[in-house]
Design a protein around this ligand. Structure first.
Ligand SMILES: Cc1ncc(COP(=O)(O)O)c(C=O)c1O
Length: 365
């Protein structure tokens, strides 16, 4: 038995003929940059999120970077959770702003609102909410803090395509939502891809301008921008995959429930929680154990692949040593050595999850 952590081949084989058809069509049209597929994807993704505008860009990191640039801060600090992928913080520094790390909750792994408030200073200009592992952040208190202190809210939705907070899809709740369509994401392209969604026309227009060399017309550049366009091949693939996202997210939920039901009595495993207001989409299923090393090795012997998200909290990375937050105390700072991501995704069946649970129950760690 082999339980892969991710199996893109298996996922894509289900609709292989459809992918060939759209790639053929793009080849026939030689429509590689811009065009009908891009426009159609931007419209359908905008509608899927329930936002007014969607701007396709080259990847999720660029989505965050360009979104922040379009918010037009001259200087300041943006509060970022300590446990996330580096891109959430990189986008802040790359805009000449300072990331300030805050703690995350010990149950759903999203931003800890009480710690967040303590980090707000006169220099704070925005909050970066990362809907980590597919679970939405508690947006109501975050939006209240943003209102109280006049801050912008950026949602990093790279792991949460279709997750809902109190019935609203993430990406539609803050000032701007940013998505990665990296191949392994819940909605992933055939390469790098990303998008910015917003209800604010100014943010949408400026983001589009920045992502396309500040160009209004060919060779008429209003500002200096960059090249970060979503290409037509990715847009066409994503349009097709968006049709299957709902059913794939439902399967992820079924598999997560299966893990939850089967592992609930295991004293040495801390399961993730689902907050009452959350409808998560389980990009990752992350558990906590004391002896991670043994468990990973033992599961591997049974053919079960696992992963770690993330081995080092951002403030402890050498890239952020200069911010002097590496020695702070907090859940994110202390729990990184205990996290294990178990396999989840549309390449798996409930029987696969039963198999993993069965091994977890039998192993001593
Ligand atoms: C939380 C988070 N933010 C941002 C990104 C960056 O996305 P990309 O790899 O498309 O640049 C990722 C991708 O792994 C992510 O998981």
């Amino acid at each position: 038995m082999r339980i892969k952590f991710l199996d893109l081949n298996k996922i894509h084989n289900q609709n292989r003929a459809e992918y060939h058809n759209i790639l053929d069509d793009i080849l026939n049209q030689s429509a590689f940059i811009g065009g009908a597929y891009l426009q159609s994807f931007e419209n359908s993704f905008r509608d899927f999120i329930g936002a007014k505008y969607c701007v396709g860009v080259a990847n999720g990191t660029d989505a965050l970077e360009i979104a922040i640039e379009s918010l037009d801060f001259s200087s300041g600090e943006i509060i970022v959770p300590a446990n996330t992928f580096i891109a959430s913080a990189e986008a802040v520094s790359r805009n000449g702003l300072k990331p300030v790390f805050c703690d995350v909750n010990n149950d759903d792994y999203t931003i800890d609102v009480s710690d967040l408030e303590k980090r707000i200073t006169r220099s704070t200009v925005a909050i970066m909410c990362v809907h980590l592992y597919g679970h939405p952040c508690d947006m109501a208190p975050i939006l209240n803090l943003a209102k109280k202190y006049n801050l912008k809210v950026i949602e990093d939705c790279s792991q949460a395509h279709g997750a809902k907070y109190k019935g609203s899809t993430v990406g539609s709740l803050g000032d701007v939502g940013c998505f990665s369509f990296y191949p392994g994401k819940n909605l992933g392209g055939f390469g790098d891809a990303g998008a910015i969604v917003t209800n604010d026309k100014k943010i949408a227009d400026l983001s589009r301008l920045i992502a396309n060399h500040g160009r209004i017309e060919k060779y008429d550049h209003k500002i200096e921008g960059r090249n970060s366009r979503l290409d037509n091949i990715q847009a066409a693939v994503l349009s097709l995959k968006l049709k299957y996202l709902g059913e794939q997210n439902e399967l992820r939920k079924k598999l997560a429930n299966c893990y939850m039901d089967n592992l609930v009595s295991e004293k040495n495993i801390t399961l993730p929680s689902i907050k009452p207001w959350a409808d998560p989409v389980w990009h990752l299923f992350v558990i906590r154990v004391e002896n991670r090393k043994n468990l990973i090795a033992d599961l591997a012997k049974y053919g079960v692949e696992t992963s770690i998200h993330y081995p080092t909290p951002l403030p402890k990375l050498s890239a952020y040593k200069h911010l002097n937050q590496s020695n702070e105390k907090g859940f994110a700072w202390e729990s990184a050595g205990k996290l294990i991501s178990l396999p989840i995704g549309p390449h798996l069946t409930q029987d696969d999850v039963y198999f993993v649970c069965d091994k977890l129950k039998k192993l001593s760690f």
